[in-house]
Design a protein around this ligand. Structure first.
Ligand SMILES: Cc1cc2nc3c(=O)[nH]c(=O)nc-3n(C[C@H](O)[C@H](O)[C@H](O)COP(=O)(O)OP(=O)(O)OC[C@H]3O[C@@H](n4cnc5c(N)ncnc54)[C@H](O)[C@@H]3O)c2cc1C
Length: 418
């Protein structure tokens, strides 16, 4: 028999969980403190579906790179120095996780999750009136320098070992693959299985599918506290009154640890702020989404416009826009696409979003240890859109007391609890 399920957070993870849970016959409601279709992290991201991202953020070399970039306000990665116990503890855990062994264990799991999610996107795109602009043309890692190209070629070799197709291309072959845009590069790696889509349209489509499945929405409703009884959640207190259910799923993105306060969960998390700018009429429109390898900037064609996004700024839970970082993104574009000019971006309103980042670069997925009717789905960092549908599918299996179809023990949400 179907259960009453309350999902906290209306981002891509919350809505995907709601979709697959409702499809299994559960009665589902979503609580979201904002209005419908507001511009949160799940709406303005780069829209990439990335089997190519099988290396977690916590990987060898990342700590050294982070320390080097920390002193450059325009760099792709920035940790705002601040006296915070949580930040220090998170940094220590990140450093401990950044080992070859962690990458070796995480990569096959990230591959399986990504490929399963890609298949879910294909299924969703085939539903009637559910066009969210899925383009299955792959992704190019564009390298300006021979050094970066060699490094990306090594990643391509690892990808092929994992069964993920990856082709190392020189500048001429790259230009032949995407003749719509002039590039100034040493070479690239092409990942043909990657895709891109319009995240805003995807979220709108998901919401419409949920309405068709009779999922209820509590918009403008903020979860403020939990009422517990023994080892169960008895009710969720919100700004619009108490809500009760058989099962609760925490999908609060970067705010998840704040929402979970009082439940004695240990969910180390930092908000990783990123920015994007969307050129409505770009000088040239590439067909294939790309990442500028050295600059760590993502470029995605989207419904005739071109979205350019990047930076990871660990600066707490705040929405402030840092102009130096926007400048860094804009300056990188003509370096790879020489026909573009920094002035192309004049007057554009930057978008920003907070990625939910766990210290080992892996999501938190599964049931809470001490609460029999609480599950957690968060911490997807740079891959929340890409892994959204498979997360929803796995959470629906867990909520239905089935064995998850992918072994996700590595993603235990209580892996940092003692
Ligand atoms: C610049 C940039 C580019 C990116 N590009 C990509 C990409 O190409 N591919 C990819 O896979 N990922 C990408 N990402 C990452 C992706 O956007 C995130 O991983 C994803 O959106 C996280 O989704 P979420 O549902 O966990 O969190 P969110 O979308 O943040 O949703 C959490 C929701 O919880 C709500 N909430 C918080 N507190 C409460 C409360 N107390 N009560 C009720 N509701 C509450 C929030 O309002 C929010 O709507 C990018 C991110 C950025 C910033």
């Amino acid at each position: 028999m179907g259960k009453q399920i309350l999902i906290i957070g209306g981002g891509v993870i919350g809505l995907s969980t709601a979709y697959y849970a409702a499809r299994k016959g559960h009665s589902v409601a979503v609580i979201e403190r904002n209005a419908a279709q507001r511009d949160g992290c799940s709406f303005g991201n780069a829209g990439m579906v990335v089997p190519s991202h099988f290396v977690p953020l916590a990987a060898p070399g990342m700590v050294a790179l982070g320390l080097k970039w920390m002193w450059n306000p325009r760099s792709p990665f920035y940790v705002k120095p601040r006296l915070s116990r949580e930040l220090l503890a998170w940094g220590l855990k990140f450093w401990r996780a950044s080992t070859p062994d962690h990458v070796r264990r995480a990569a096959p799991l990230l591959r399986d999750l990504s490929l399963a999610s890609r298949a879910c996107f294909e299924e969703l795109a085939a539903l009637p009136d559910n066009d969210f602009g899925l383009v299955k043309k792959g992704l190019l890692m564009l390298c300006k320098t021979e050094r970066a190209w060699e490094e990306e070629a090594r990643t391509a070799a690892k990808a092929r070992e994992l069964g993920i197709p990856a082709e190392v291309l020189d500048a001429r072959k790259t230009a032949a693959l995407d003749p719509n845009v002039r590039m100034n590069i040493a070479g690239s790696v092409y990942f043909p299985q990657d895709c891109h889509l319009s995240p805003h349209r995807f979220m709108v489509c998901l919401q419409r599918q949920l309405e068709l499945l009779d999922v209820r929405f509590h918009w403008n409703t903020e979860v403020t506290a939990w009422r517990v009884s023994g080892n169960r959640i008895a009710a969720v207190e919100t700004t619009q009154g108490d809500l009760t259910a058989d099962e609760h799923v925490l999908c609060g993105g970067a705010w998840s640890p704040v929402i979970a306060r009082g439940l004695r969960l240990n969910l180390p998390m930092q908000a990783g702020k990123g920015y994007s700018l969307t050129l409505p009429r770009p000088r040239q429109l590439p067909q294939i989404c790309a990442i500028f390898s050295e600059a760590r900037v993502a470029v995605t064609p989207m419904d005739g416009s071109l979205r350019i996004g990047g930076t990871m700024e660990i600066a707490g839970l705040n929405d402030a826009i840092n102009p130096a970082r926007i400048h860094g993104i804009i300056q990188s574009v003509p370096k790879y696409y020489p026909d573009f000019k920094p002035e192309d971006f004049d007057g554009l309103q930057p978008w920003r979003g907070l990625r939910p980042c766990s210290p080992d670069g892996l999501p938190y997925l599964g049931r809470a240890r001490n609460w029999s009717n609480l599950a957690i789905a968060t911490g997807h960092a740079m891959m929340g859109l890409s892994l959204g549908p498979v997360t929803g599918r796995l959470m629906a299996e867990i909520l239905s007391d089935e064995k998850p179809s992918i072994d996700i023990r590595m993603l235990d949400p209580e892996r940092y609890s003692s």
